[in-house]
Design a protein around this ligand. Structure first.
Ligand SMILES: Cc1cc2nc3c(=O)[nH]c(=O)nc-3n(C[C@H](O)[C@H](O)[C@H](O)COP(=O)(O)O)c2cc1C
Length: 330
């Protein structure tokens, strides 16, 4: 889970018998090396390394100007000079440089969000012996991923927190919940399916397995664990009734992602077209987010969260993983 964890959470989950994951979309190659070194030193169990594979769009100055104009009243309220906003959007797609780092560490599992990297890069990862996972949000995406040689498919239901992995369509009406998606994908593909979205306890895990999943992927439930680096405003929202109200929004990055409804989402409408294409929307929001957060205000922060936050608990990720595994661990 990019932005809310580094290696510590992955290590705890792997050592507890799950498969911890290191999100790399927001890491530089140097940071990746540091975190992967930490994982290798702390566990001999399998772990996963996760990347985004979007194509970074050319910045559209007209759209950027329109976005900044839409945010102008907030810049004024928080005393921000929009002419001084630094560049950079914080998310880079899987690249040759990242593949170089993987070659040094040869992680057991590599997963991709937003489709797959270009064929030569994917071939490089596969040639290192890594098990490759791809994320599907529709049956079409699952079949596309299978035909390109992934080893297993994450079937991400609409309940899931964070970015929708959708990549063949940007039509949000194509997105189905776990109960609809997982059985359809499991019937149609020959490779294992990993159910994701809304799973928050051992009963949810068992339900997903009975739908045909071979495993589950859980994000939201880990957000309050001490090993996560979830921000104070995000933690406060997760602990409150606010976590009962999530929506899919493109405001924070330019791509649909599920998070706790906050002021920006209410003011602009969560799917407003004003936000520039992924990942460029984040740049203009960064100073607002930082200033608001410094005042304890999460109104401009992406507080990613799935539809079922009832599994969030302030317990170690070790304990949480054991609880989620329930009878599976016996
Ligand atoms: C805070 C947060 C950050 C996430 N970041 C990523 C990410 O960087 N890469 C990714 O593939 N999925 C990411 N996800 C999605 C998860 O991998 C997973 O599909 C989702 O959390 C499952 O649904 P749940 O949140 O209801 O458990 C993120 C989810 C959350 C809640």
């Amino acid at each position: 889970m990019g932005g809310v964890q580094m290696s510590a959470l992955a290590i705890a989950v792997s050592n507890a018998g799950g498969i911890g994951s290191l999100p790399c979309a927001m890491l530089t190659p140097a940071q990746m090396r540091t975190e992967l070194t930490a994982i290798r030193a702390a566990t001999s169990k399998p772990y996963n390394v996760n990347f985004f594979c979007h194509r970074t769009p050319v910045s559209d100055e007209v759209r950027q100007a329109r976005w900044r104009a839409a945010l102008a009243r907030y810049y004024e309220e928080f005393g921000i000079d929009p002419t001084k906003i630094a560049g950079g959007h914080g998310r880079t797609p899987f690249s040759g440089e990242a593949a170089d780092v993987l070659e040094e560490f040869r992680p057991p599992i590599v997963s991709f969000h937003f489709g797959l990297p270009p064929a030569p890069l994917l071939a490089r990862v596969k040639s290192q012996g890594c098990t490759v996972l791809g994320c599907a949000t529709t049956l079409d995406e699952a079949l596309w991923l299978e035909s390109r040689g992934v080893d297993a498919i994450v079937a991400q239901g609409f309940e899931a927190g964070g970015h929708r992995g959708m990549f063949l369509s940007d039509d949000i009406t194509t997105q189905a919940g776990v109960f609809a998606l997982v059985p359809q994908v499991a019937r149609a593909v020959k490779i294992p399916v990993i159910a994701a979205g809304g799973i928050a306890d051992a009963a949810g895990v068992a339900a997903a397995l009975s739908l045909g999943a071979a495993a589950v992927q859980i994000g939201t439930a880990y957000l309050l664990c001490p090993e996560a680096i979830t921000s104070p405003v995000h933690r406060a929202a997760l602990r409150s009734d606010a976590a009962r109200y999530t929506a899919v929004t493109r405001l924070f990055s330019g791509r649909p992602a599920r998070g706790i409804v906050n002021r920006l989402m209410k003011d602009m409408g969560p799917m407003s077209e004003l936000a520039p294409a992924f990942p460029l929307a984040a740049t203009a929001l960064a100073p607002l987010r930082a200033e608001a957060e410094s005042r304890g205000d999460g109104g401009f922060s992406p507080m990613w969260c799935g539809q079922n936050a009832t599994g969030c608990a302030e317990i170690s990720a070790t304990e949480l993983t054991r609880r989620l595994a329930g009878r599976l661990a016996e």
